[in-house]
Design a protein around this ligand. Structure first.
Ligand code: SAH
Length: 213
C-alpha cells in the first residue's frame, strides 16, 4: 500500500482551504477531511485525489466529491459517539470521515465487490465501522435506533423504514430525487409522527437501488 507523504498532506490542506472558501464552516468536519488520506481510496487516480471532484471506483460507482462529503457531514450535526447508519459504503471514504469525527458507524453496501474492498481497506487505515452487505432500503433494524442516518446515493424517496430506525431528535440526511439530479434534504424526527424538513440545493449522485448485487 502506498504511503501518506508530506506532499499528500500538503495537497490535503489546500483542499481543506478550498472547502472553506466554498462555504464549509464546521471546523471538526474540515479537520476530519484534513486527516483522511483520500488518495488511498482511489488507486489508479491517486494523483487526482485532492481535486474537489467525484471519481469512478469499481462496479460503475463513484467516490463522492469532497465538497459533497463535507456538506452532508456538516448537515448531520454529529456529536461524539453518535450511532450513525450510512447507506452506500462505496469506497469507504465518507465512512472514514465519519469515524474521524468519532461517530460509531454502521455502513451498508449493496454491491458485494465494493463491500469486500472496503472491508479490506478501512481497517488497514485504522477505521473500524460495522460493515454490512445488504439493501440500505431496509436499514439495520437489529441495531436501531440510530442518532443519525446518512444516505450517500440518490434516493427516489426517503425510505419510511429508515425514518422508523431514527431516534426521536435524530437527523437523516439524503440527496432526494431521480436520475442524476437530487435535492439535499435534512430531516429531523420530532416525535413518532412529526418530522421537520429542510432542503439545501442540487447535487448529483449515483442512484439508490433496491436489492443486492
Ligand atoms: N460514500 C461513498 C459514496 C459511494 S456512491 C463514498 O464516499 O465513496 C453510492 C454507493 O451507494 C454505491 O457504492 C452504491 O452501490 C451504493 N448503494 C446504492 N443503493 C444502495 C442500497 N439500496 N443499499 C446500500 N448501498 C447502496
Amino acid at each position: 500500500m502506498s504511503l501518506d507523504t508530506y506532499q499528500h498532506k500538503g495537497k490535503r490542506q489546500r483542499l481543506v482551504e478550498e472547502l472553506k472558501k466554498k462555504g464549509i464552516v464546521d471546523e471538526s468536519v474540515l479537520a476530519a477531511i484534513g486527516r483522511v488520506p483520500r488518495h488511498l481510496f482511489m488507486e489508479d487516480l491517486e494523483n487526482l485525489a485532492y481535486i474537489d471532484k467525484a471519481y469512478p471506483i469499481s462496479s460503475g460507482q463513484t467516490i463522492s466529491q469532497p465538497y459533497t462529503v463535507a456538506f452532508q457531514t456538516q448537515l448531520l450535526q454529529l456529536k461524539k459517539f453518535d450511532k450513525v447508519l450510512e447507506v452506500g459504503t462505496g469506497s469507504g471514504y465518507q465512512t472514514a470521515v465519519l469515524i474521524e469525527m468519532e461517530a460509531k458507524v454502521y455502513t451498508i453496501e449493496r454491491i458485494h465487490e465494493l463491500h469486500i474492498l472496503a472491508m479490506n481497506l478501512l481497517p488497514k487505515l485504522g477505521y473500524n465501522p460495522h460493515f454490512f452487505y445488504g439493501d440500505g432500503y431496509e436499514g439495520k433494524p437489529t441495531y436501531s435506533p440510530f442518532d443519525k442516518i446518512l444516505i450517500t446515493a440518490g434516493a427516489p424517496i426517503i425510505p419510511t423504514e429508515l425514518l422508523n430506525q431514527l431516534k426521536i431528535g435524530g437527523v437523516l440526511v439524503a440527496p432526494v430525487g431521480e436520475n442524476d439530479k437530487q435535492i439535499m434534504t435534512w430531516i429531523k424526527k420530532i416525535d413518532e409522527v412529526n418530522f421537520e424538513k429542510r432542503t439545501f440545493g442540487n447535487f448529483s449522485f449515483v442512484p439508490m437501488l433496491k436489492g443486492v448485487k
